[in-house]
Design a protein around this ligand. Sequence first.
Ligand code: AGP
Length: 620
Amino acid sequence: MCGIVGYVGRQEARALLLAGLEKLEYRGYDSAGISVLDGDRIDAVRAVGNLSALRHALNHNGHRAGGSGAAADRPETGIGHTRWATHGRVTECNAHPHFDTTDRVHIVVNGIVENYLALKEQLLAEGAVFTSETDAEVIAHLVARHNQGDLVAAVRRAYAELRGHYAFVAMSADSPGLLVGARKDCPLIIGRGEREQFIASAIPAFLRETRRVQYIDNDEIVVVRPDGVQFLTAGGEPLEREVVEIDWDAETAEKQGYETFMLKEIYEQADAVAETIGERAARDDGIDLVDLGAIDDELLATLRRIVIVACGTSYHAGLIGRYAIEEWSRVPVEVEVASEYRYRNPVVGPGDLVIGISQSGETADTLAAMRTARERGAKVLAVSNVVGSQATREADGVLYTRAGLEIGVAATKTFVAQVAVMYLLALRLAEVRGALDARAMRTAIAELKHLPHQIDLMLERGTAELERIAGENYDRDFYLYLGRHVGLPVALEGALKLKEISYIATDAYAAGEMKHGPIALLDESTPVVVVATDSPVLEKVISNIQEVKARGARVIAVATEGNAEIAKHCDEVIAVPPTQWLLAPLLAVIPLQLLAYYVARKRGLNVDQPRNLAKTVTVE
Ligand code: AGP
């Protein structure tokens, strides 16, 4: 939530900050702003709306697309922010950067300052003049209050007074060429250049300029100057921090001819699954997960239970993982919504493996749930798409998805990669515990490896049929999604995709539960999307389809190619290639992503940046 970027160096700051904010817009997009040191003062421009509004405001104020121009002795210094409102309405005054009463200290913040009201009262009593309704503004006043010519010391003192979870970057008109950042539970990353440095909430903000990064940990202060970066503990002790070279390329952060990032990412799903499986399934008779760290074979062989914690789409991947792990390895699995798990005094401890699934590796609730489990003695495994993200640094072991950078707010390729990781882990557990016979293991691995090809085949067929179905149903007020067994998480995910990008109300239910309530919602205008791929429960699903048809609703089924029976009961059938029934979710979800996509496009909506949503939810 919210994107921060900062720059010190010789290039024109405004252009770099704007380019960085463009790449961070997925984190928040209700307003944006930039502050750049200009002579001996800081010049701030803010605007409500997306970045084109900020660009317009910059032009209107007579700013070049570039910056103020670095003088020989004065490097360019600037910070930028794209906002996802938490405290305070979406207004220009509430947009960042915020500044202190004297306008000498400017800050950008991501996260929430929980004790801001108490701090604000003190600061008001001391004469500070507040200009926004935000919690973030207190940081500017607090840093200014402590700033006696040493911005680093001022940030350290301010940091000590703050409660909550946040990351911020401060600059001062009196300290050219200096940015000071601090973080607590929200991401902040350094991008290292040659005599120029970047600081940002996420790597894409500076990926065009550098792939050399340094991760800032919790309770650390970072001092950023053109010629170097210094890491300090909150107490001021210096720290060593390695520079990591990341392998994302800048092109990934472009649309490459697709009309949206979401569509591009849907089309990248075969690669995401293939990369994620990769050499881990090189053997025909087993799985190798060399990167599991402290979670060794002995632990896999002896653990008594797995608990999966995650949010949103990642939670749905966990649900699919439960079916695969229980079926193949016979290890009992619970799947929990992280925001609930963290507050319910869970019974967890030694002998349990807790898996936190998080695309970003920064979701506040998932991190908190993982910490709770670890504190109680469980081993914790992180499944994440972002190398070096917070979840991966706090876990005992890591399994990376290799989907590449995902920009669209609605998760697509990272979801299928997460599901692939769940299959790999399930098969590895089965192997280590001797729970699956050799033939079943070989078949599962062969079919798993065949999935990327099948995804490609599906996408190559084109999307005309789905576009037609979307065109006929885009104006409905409500969709019901049904599935059973492994089809249920697919239904949940399909429903989430539709609601988040098209703003149509959806419900997703276990098909067998429909007659216990949701059936009352059905009438002739209701599209009912049913996941009806071949499985041992398909007959039951067909019975549920008949119950739906008897109420006059319209059934859109996702079924296995060649199943002639389904077509007799449904209005529309979208076929997916045949595979082992446990693996079918990886194929069945794709038409549901596309259906959601074309419904939203037909409604004229911005699918990459749906209203009210943020890609990474770093607040609870
Ligand atoms: C997915 O389309 C959503 N945008 C959202 O539910 C997301 O999956 C959730 O916020 C979890 O994010 P994470 O995987 O980064 O933890």
